[in-house]
Design a protein around this ligand. Structure first.
Ligand code: AMP
Ligand code: MN
Ligand code: MN
Ligand code: MN
Length: 286
């Protein structure tokens, strides 16, 4: 597989907090010129069989994927896993535990929105947008708050509510970095730090994240992603060299109405990095 593959190795379906089905995503990826795709739903691999079948029907090479929620240095970090065996029992059990606290957290978020912002019934409203209640997320809250006219768009919700310091934010303890990397590598996959440019870390905390990730067997980092700009591409390509990591590329597409980066519409990886797919040639479906 060449360096300049139009790989899109990060997106979400209705199985987690996206708005399109795995089948529609596969067709959209194909139509947008993607030539290696992965569906990376949050904390769940329940969409993988559908994605594999839909990619095959579309003639689209596919890698299994998931995005695991992790707590590190008091903040939430996302670790993408690629090319694993999605039937691996330890991975499936680890993901089940990781998403276990979401319903309780969502009820507390809803109580806080009622008490501090005077907006009642948000848990019940958000549930309408969820396939599996175990996977209720802030994205579903954001969609309901737009529906009832509290905000014009979901991005505005994340500026005014449900983020640190704002009404509706409830801190949560997700998986450990060690467990998330272990579940992915134990199932034969490659672990990748998702969108590092988005975390609220100091330089020291970020250094700790990368060094611990590497020591635990993590191998990759997203260099080109919807949340990054040109300065991030340079910074994280440098990190690839400093920490001996491969580079990934993914839009983090969730919805045609909400995502500013569509499937397959990303700049190429910088020429000086090794693409993550060079480690995964024998894991590609189709
Ligand atoms: P949760 O896992 O429930 O904490 O929800 C996190 C999800 O919310 C992310 O995966 C994104 O889809 C979405 N999200 C987080 N921050 C923002 C933001 N600033 N703007 C839009 N969506 C966001
Ligand atoms: Mn999401
Ligand atoms: Mn993420
Ligand atoms: Mn994502």
């Amino acid at each position: 597989m060449t360096h300049l593959l139009n790989a899109d190795l990060h997106c979400h379906s209705v199985v987690s907090d996206g708005t399109l089905t795995p089948e529609v995503l596969a067709q959209r990826a194909k139509a947008n010129g993607v030539d290696l795709w992965s569906l990376t739903d949050h904390d769940e691999v329940g969409g993988q069989d559908r994605a594999i079948a839909a990619a095959q029907a579309a003639g689209l090479p596919y890698l299994t994927g998931a995005e695991i929620s992790v707590t590190f240095a008091g903040a939430t970090v996302h670790i993408v896993g690629l090319g694993f065996d999605h039937t691996d029992p330890a991975l499936i059990e680890g993901l089940r535990q990781t998403r276990g606290g979401r319903e309780q957290r969502a009820r507390e978020m809803s109580d806080d929105l009622a008490q501090r912002a005077g907006i009642p019934g948000v848990y019940e409203g958000a549930l309408k947008y969820v396939g599996n209640p175990e996977l209720i997320s802030r994205s579903h809250f954001a969609r309901y708050l737009v529906e009832i006219g509290v905000c014009q768009e979901t991005n505005e919700v994340f500026r005014k509510y449900i983020t640190e310091g704002k009404p509706g934010f409830v801190p949560h303890r997700w998986a450990t970095l060690r467990n998330a990397v272990g579940w992915i590598t134990g199932a034969g996959g490659v672990a990748v730090i998702a969108h590092p440019g988005r975390y609220p870390f100091t330089a020291n905390e970020e250094y700790a994240l990368f060094s611990e990730f590497k020591a635990l067997g993590g191998q990759g980092v997203e260099v080109v992603t919807g949340a990054h700009g040109p300065a991030d591409y340079v910074k994280y390509a440098d990190f690839c060299h400093e920490f001996d990591l491969v580079a990934s590329r993914g839009s983090d597409f969730h919805s045609p109405d909400e995502s500013h980066t569509d499937l397959g519409q990303l700049p190429d990886l910088p020429g000086r990095v090794t693409p993550v797919w060079s480690l995964l040639t024998d894991r590609v479906h189709g």
